[in-house]
Design a protein around this ligand. Structure first.
Ligand code: C2E
Ligand code: CA
Ligand code: CA
Ligand code: CA
Length: 279
């Protein structure tokens, strides 16, 4: 039995070594990713439910690794947060998305909003508002066309400090929204005090619709609450026409999901904006 334990320990430690090795390799790679231009953005359309028009796009980062191929954000954003690399990466995402949005606005003359995901680490950075202001000035984007998505965890972690930061950001005239709503913890007391414009209902509530009556009840309640607080609602992960019509019935304002458009290249979005059916 002793021997067996020893063997297990050895096996475990070698598996751990492999894990640490690949972690270190990924971290070294991530440090170089920015300077080597390996990061790029895709944009997913957000649709106004009533008019069926595209009102915005969400910027989603990807990493084209020279050996491993394309790495999705869930596989490197946590590492970027852990190492602090999310700060320069997040700033690159913000600048790239704002530049692109400014170009779309100039070309199409349409008020297309671009949404950028902000991690907790970025939100806690004291120079956040300064950075956002600098990027807006540099790119010339109308602040109303920039949306920042924050999670409940980010906002509620230090709700008093959050109030001050949100005030700074709102002072810049940008659009703020709460991402993955319903998956974290929100204090209703703070929710009413936070000056955010929209709630994004997490896709885990949408995926079972219309059959899942509990998720339907939750979705309907979130929409009613948000509207009572004068916030708009975006449903995430809309994959079927049935889901979309139920959401329309519930009075949901906006929708995003594979049914309405996958995350896609900037050129594909440009084409979509130029096509007459999109006008
Ligand atoms: P998220 O912010 O909740 O983004 C939505 C995710 O759902 C995206 O995954 C998108 O591709 C996926 N999605 C969209 N429609 C559907 C659908 O109909 N069905 C299903 N099953 N999925 C759908 P993605 O691009 O892999 O991003 C994953 C997460 O990585 C994001 O979740 C976000 O938390 C994070 N992330 C992505 N880009 C950035 C970034 O630039 N900065 C930060 N801090 N986080 C980012
Ligand atoms: Ca998001
Ligand atoms: Ca989300
Ligand atoms: Ca998220």
């Amino acid at each position: 039995a002793k021997n067996c334990g020893k063997n297990n320990a050895k096996l475990y430690s070698s598996a751990l070594t492999t894990q640490i090795m690949s972690h270190v390799k990924l971290e070294v790679g991530l440090r170089k990713a920015l300077q080597h231009n390996e990061l790029y953005l895709q944009y997913q359309p957000q649709i106004d439910v009533r008019s069926a028009q595209v009102v915005g796009v969400e910027a989603l980062v990807r990493w084209r690794h020279p050996e491993l191929g394309i790495i999705p954000p869930n596989d490197f954003i946590p590492l970027a947060e852990e190492t602090g690399l999310i700060v320069p990466i997040g700033e690159w995402v913000l600048r790239t998305a704002c530049l692109q949005a400014r170009s779309w606005h100039q070309q199409s003359k349409r008020a297309l909003r671009v949404a950028v995901n902000l991690s907790a680490r970025q939100f806690k950075d004291e120079s956040l508002a300064q950075t956002v202001l600098a990027v807006l000035n540099e790119t010339g984007l109308d602040p109303r066309l920039l949306e920042l998505e924050l999670t409940e965890g980010t906002l509620m972690d230090d709700a008093l400090a959050t109030l001050a930061t949100l005030e700074q950001l709102r002072g810049l005239g940008i659009y703020l929204s709460i991402d993955d709503f319903g998956t974290g913890y929100s204090s209703m007391n703070y929710l009413k005090r936070f000056d955010v414009r929209a709630l994004k209902i997490d896709k885990s509530f949408i995926s079972g619709l219309p059959q899942d009556s509990e998720n339907a009840a939750i979705t309907r309640a979130i929409i009613a609450m948000a509207h009572g607080l004068k916030m708009a609602v975006v449903a995430e992960g809309v994959e079927t026409g049935e889901q979309l019509s139920l959401l329309e019935q519930f009075g949901c304002d906006m929708a995003q999901g594979y049914l309405l458009g996958r995350p896609q290249s900037q050129d594909a979005i440009t084409q979509m904006l130029n096509s007459p059916s999109c006008a």
